[in-house]
Structures are given as C-alpha cells and as structure tokens.
Design a protein around this ligand. Structure first.
Ligand code: SF4
Length: 352
C-alpha cells in the first residue's frame, strides 16, 4: 500500500456542474451552481473523504465521477483516463473499474431477486464467464464480505440491514474494481453495525488495494476512514487537509463549526453549532459564501472571495483570516460507531 499510495489515482481539476432551474412553466431559467469549481487528487489505495451539509455538492461530484452526470466544465482523470473523452465502449469498461456502494441497502437491492442473482447480475452483463465460474465467484465474494455460502439462496428481506450492505459491497466487488464510491455507506445502519461495515471496508481496502471516495455528512466517520478530507460548502472547498490535521488543527470557521456540531454519541453532524440555514446555491452570498453564518466575518468578507490557499504544504483553506483564527480546543469526538472497533468483522449471529 505504501508504494501505491504515492500514485495519483484520481485527478479532478476545476470541476463544475451548473443546472438551469425554471420556476413555474413560464419562469425564467436561472443557473444553480451545484459544484462551483473543485480540484483535488486522490492517491491510489487511500480514502478521500468529502464532508459537508446536504446541498454542499458532494453527491453531484460522485454522480459525475460515476458518469451518471456530465460536468459543465473541468476535467476528471481517473487511473489515467480522461472521463470526458471516453467513447461508449470505454465507458462500459470504466464501469468495471469504479463501483458505487450506496446509502440505503434496503432500496438498492431488488426484493424479488435472490442474493446470488443480485451479486451475479453485473458479472452476467460484463460476460464474466461460465455459470460454474460465476457460482465460484459468488461464493468467493460472499466469503470476502463475511457472509456464508447459503446467503446466495436468500432474498433481501431475509437479511438484516448490515447483511444487506455486505451484499451491496460483494456486488460492487464482483468485477474487481480499482475504486469504490462510498455514498453514506453506513448512515442507514444501526450504530453497532456501522463499526462492522467500516472495518470490513478498511480490511477490503488493505487486501485489495482499493481507492475510496467516501461521501458523508458524518465528520467523525470520514475522519476515521480517510487519509485526506475535503470540506464542501455550496459546491466549493472551504478546507482540504490530511484527516489528522482536520481533526486537530481545523482553521476554517465552517470546519470548526462542523466539528463543534458533531453529536458526541452518534458522531453525526447535527448542525446545531452552524448558525443559520445554508443559502440557496441559486443565490449564493457575495464575497465569501460563508460570511452570513461566520462569527469572524468582517467587511472584506462580504465583497472579496477568499482563494483556497495553502496554510501549510498539504493544508488548504479558503479564508482571508485563517492565520489568525486559532484551532478549536476541543477534539472531534470519536464516533460512537467506531468506539467498539474490533478488527474482526465476524459473521452476524443469525447467519452462522
Ligand atoms: Fe469567515 Fe471571512 Fe473567513 Fe469567510 S473569509 S470564513 S466570512 S472570516
């Protein structure tokens, strides 16, 4: 992993996504800047965490990386491939290499299909091989995610939420992807189950040299899983730094407010320490877009947009006054989901 960690796997530059939104049948179309120019790199075999309130643009970024949406402008290069230049055949091949694990394991699995069928669906689509080869692959995948072979004969409703998320992960791993987009992978699960799934994902990353883009509103989970973190607000980065730096030395007032608002029991952001509502991306504030909610705002903040600039070599902050804003004295609470961390992700009792 140390060797591959030095290789840039994902290179995003000035990525933008603007929707034209019309109010009413005859209303004038107005631009909604969901992603307003983000740039970041993800090293191979590592996790980059995208964190922010809902409406910050993190899911739109994921959709563009998964080719579900085209960017308005900017570039996405993944494993040496420019996604904006792929032809139809190359797009099909690319889908093998980057797989999503979505938030809700209840709605993401077809309730009428047996688990074996759900897992082998992408194998069949991509012509994996003979029936015997696919059956062997299904058994291998079930074992990899800690499920017994007979899980293949069951239906999703016979499994718990954690077991279903293991099935989603097995399905995503079927074609041996290099990268997984983890979109709120544990937010629909009980806290006690969250730790098992997070540890499973970590173990799989180490064993298979996977690169993860983790999207979550849960800063504590993002900090636990990621090497680098990007804090998004209204489609722009407010701060990018190593996870440890974000946890101990956050310098943007928005990041600090997110840390202060983490619920000590669940680890999730409850928003209570961020005053006011997130503004509409159709009508973003002038200057620093965070200024209406920022306790440090000064006159300059209302007119002059702060650049995302290095405070230290690997620590970028978009704030005029980052040098004079001290890091919070309170640490990020350990998420409850990660407190009972065990390195094993043993089979759930009911499956043994
Ligand atoms: Fe707050 Fe001004 Fe910094 Fe924006 S630039 S985060 S408003 S202090």
């Amino acid at each position: 992993m140390a060797e591959s960690a030095a290789r840039t796997f994902m290179r995003i530059r000035d990525l933008r996504k603007t929707y034209e939104v019309r109010r009413g049948l005859f209303g004038r179309a107005r631009p909604l800047h969901a992603v307003a120019g983000v740039s970041f790199d993800v090293q191979a075999g590592t996790t980059f965490g995208l964190v922010g309130e809902s409406g910050s643009g993190k899911t739109t970024i994921a959709k563009m990386l998964m080719l579900a949406e085209g960017p308005t402008s900017g570039s996405i290069v993944i494993d040496g491939q420019d996604l904006t230049a792929l032809d139809r055949k190359q797009r099909g091949q690319f889908h093998r290499e980057l797989q999503p694990v979505l938030q809700d394991p209840y709605s993401s699995l077809d309730p009428r299909m047996r688990i074996g069928r759900i897992i082998d669906e992408p194998l069949r689509i991509h012509g994996f091989g003979s029936r015997a080869a696919m059956d062997a692959r299904i058994r291998e995948l079930l074992e990899l995610v800690g499920l017994p072979p007979d899980a293949a004969r069951r239906f999703p409703h016979e499994l718990s939420g954690g077991q279903r998320q293991r099935v989603s992960i097995a399905r995503a791993l079927g074609l041996s992807p290099k990268c997984m987009i983890l979109d709120e992978p544990v937010s629909a699960l009980d806290v006690s189950i969250q730790a098992q799934i997070l540890n499973l994902l970590k173990d799989l990353q180490g064993a298979l040299d996977l690169t993860y883009l983790l999207i979550s509103h849960d800063l504590a989970v993002v900090a636990y899983m990621s090497q680098r973190i990007g804090v998004l607000y209204l489609g722009e980065f407010m701060e990018i730094a190593d996870a440890r730096e974000v946890v101990t030395n956050a310098r943007h007032p928005y990041t600090q407010a997110l840390i202060a608002s983490v619920d000590a029991r669940s680890g999730a952001i409850d928003g209570s320490a961020v005053s006011g509502e997130i503004p509409s991306p159709m009508n973003p504030p002038s200057g620093c877009t965070f200024h209406p909610r920022c306790p440090y705002a000064q006159a300059r903040c209302r007119t002059e947009k702060p650049a995302l600039r290095p405070l230290a070599p690997a620590h970028l902050v978009a704030c005029h006054f980052a040098e004079s804003i001290s890091a919070p004295q309170y640490p990020l609470p350990t998420p409850a989901a990660c407190m009972p961390i065990r390195r094993s992700h043993a089979l759930p009792k009911e499956m043994t």
